[in-house]
Design a protein around this ligand. Structure first.
Ligand SMILES: Cc1cc2nc3c(=O)[nH]c(=O)nc-3n(C[C@H](O)[C@H](O)[C@H](O)COP(=O)(O)O)c2cc1C
Length: 157
């Protein structure tokens, strides 16, 4: 994944260096701008077994700020926000790889440096008894839950 570019970012941003689970690193640019989750929409994506995106719906494209072409074939961690504790994603992968459903609140980073909160449900796609990939369906989170996460997540680093 490439570093984020200043020309893609809207507003004043802070640089942050992210280390991913595979050891790779990337510089991201984050602003304080929150994009509210759109009413009545589901944001959906599917990945292969490694978390590389294979499908994204229109709401996903609109909210992430990337084009569909920029997303397909990229790892899902392209949306990772530095405020998200790695423990949350460890829990996600432990659950879905064990065939269990994972639900949680995620702060996602957009291409333009802004962020949006989602309530995600992630499941394994199983065909012929084998895990073929994963799907995440996201709904609008309540403001109360977002506030709880804003307080809790910094303590999980
Ligand atoms: C179906 C699916 C959807 C995911 N959605 C997101 C997401 O919206 N935002 C995100 O930061 N990580 C998401 N992840 C987790 C990433 O794959 C990754 O674990 C996370 O961004 C942390 O990066 P790292 O594991 O490389 O450290 C998703 C994973 C799966 C399997």
């Amino acid at each position: 994944m490439e570093d984020m570019k200043y020309e893609d970012v809207n507003g004043d941003s802070k640089e942050s260096r992210l280390k991913y689970h595979d050891g790779s690193e990337r510089t991201v640019l984050v602003t304080d701008i929150e994009i509210p989750y759109p009413e009545g929409r589901l944001i959906v994506s599917s990945t292969d077994q490694n978390g590389v995106m294979t499908h994204v719906n229109k709401s996903f494209v609109e909210m992430s700020g990337f084009t569909k072409e920029e997303l397909i074939g990229q790892p899902h961690c392209i949306l990772r926000h530095p405020d998200m504790p790695p423990a949350a994603f460890k829990d996600l992968w432990d659950k879905v790889q064990a065939g269990e459903r994972w639900q949680g609140y995620v702060k996602n980073l957009r291409k333009d440096g802004a962020y949006y909160w989602v309530y995600a449900t992630v499941i394994a796609n199983i065909r012929d008894g084998k895990v073929k990939g994963y799907t995440s369906v996201r709904r609008k989170p309540s403001r109360k839950k977002i506030q709880e996460c804003i307080e809790l997540y910094p303590t999980l680093f």
